[in-house]
Design a protein around this ligand. Sequence first.
Ligand code: ZN
Length: 175
Amino acid sequence: MEFWEAETEKPIERPVVIEPEFPPEPQECFAPQQYYAWYCSDNQTIYINTSMLELWQEHFTEDEVPYSLAATMAHEVGHAAQFALRPELAELDTRDPKISLPIEMEADCLAGVWAAGPITEGRLDRETLERVWGQQIELLNDEEHQQTHGLPADRVARLSAGIDGGVEACWQDGS
Ligand SMILES: [Zn+2]
């Protein structure tokens, strides 16, 4: 959060709710119970279900789980930064895959922008991050996910683009 406050020069205080009640308040922040993590622009809150942690623990080694969590949080915080920079996005209907896809790809890229710092400082191993990110998307990969979030290889490519190119690499539509 501090990273993006410095980067965007806007206050980004985004609460994180672990295992929200269903249906969460406000209603606009509703997501199906099988969703693992999501960002709600209506109350600027990140929601995480513990089923996600269980899934990561089931599929990743003890050393990989922190990478998995870091990648997920970096993506959701990427949304927070994205909506802080471009509040007009909140007006869009993200249930439409044509609208959600570029927004999701941008969040993947912004996750990479954040990761670049810890990678340079030696706190994150780039190769492990990219590999675990790709593997966790494979776990979620179904037709709906592909339409709304993109293909696993594309999502890894966006993360890498953010690590290499910074924020400028993330605005695909030139805005
Ligand atoms: Zn997202």
